[in-house]
Ligand binder design. Structure first.
Ligand code: CMP
Length: 139
């Protein structure tokens, strides 16, 4: 059965560019329900923990620097088939390849500064949601 939850982060580029409201509007009109949300800032150490799977990749240091450079908005989203449907709504990792109307096509600056994160599996959605929210906040 497809999972009903996914996790997202609005990244520092989109926060600084004033797109929080527009992105949340796209998320809600895309049929997702926000069940937990917070605006916060991550230390480089915390970003390294969150993106541990990318450690050693050529873009890792830039990713850590960028994601710790400003505020982010973290949220848990609910919808049938949430992970897959949300990845469709945000578009390709590189906004140059993202479909028209997707969040990254509309609001991302580049591959590194790509406006939003979306979990890539049900398991990662759970792990990433747990990274930001306590059991009480999530339910
Ligand atoms: P995200 O979906 O948050 O997961 C890892 C992030 O690394 C990705 O979005 C991109 O913003 C960033 N990144 C930068 N360069 C690359 C690259 N060459 N391949 C994949 N991700 C990259």
């Amino acid at each position: 059965m497809m999972g009903e939850k996914t996790f997202t982060m609005i990244k520092p580029d989109a926060v600084n560019n004033g797109y929080i409201g527009a992105i949340l509007e796209k998320i809600c009109s895309g049929g997702f329900r926000i069940t937990a949300m917070k605006m916060t800032r991550l230390t480089a150490e915390k970003v390294g923990e969150f993106y541990a799977v990318h450690k050693g990749k050529p873009f890792y240091n830039e990713l850590v620097q960028f994601m710790s450079s400003g505020h982010i908005v973290a949220a848990i989203l609910e919808k049938e088939n949430a992970v897959e449907d949300f990845r469709k709504l945000i578009g390709a990792t590189n906004p140059a390849n993202a479909e028209e109307g997707t969040i990254r096509k509309l609001y991302a600056e580049s591959m590194g500064r790509n406006a939003v994160h979306g979990s890539d599996s049900d398991e990662n959605a759970r792990i990433e949601g747990d990274f930001f929210f306590s059991a009480l906040e999530k339910y």
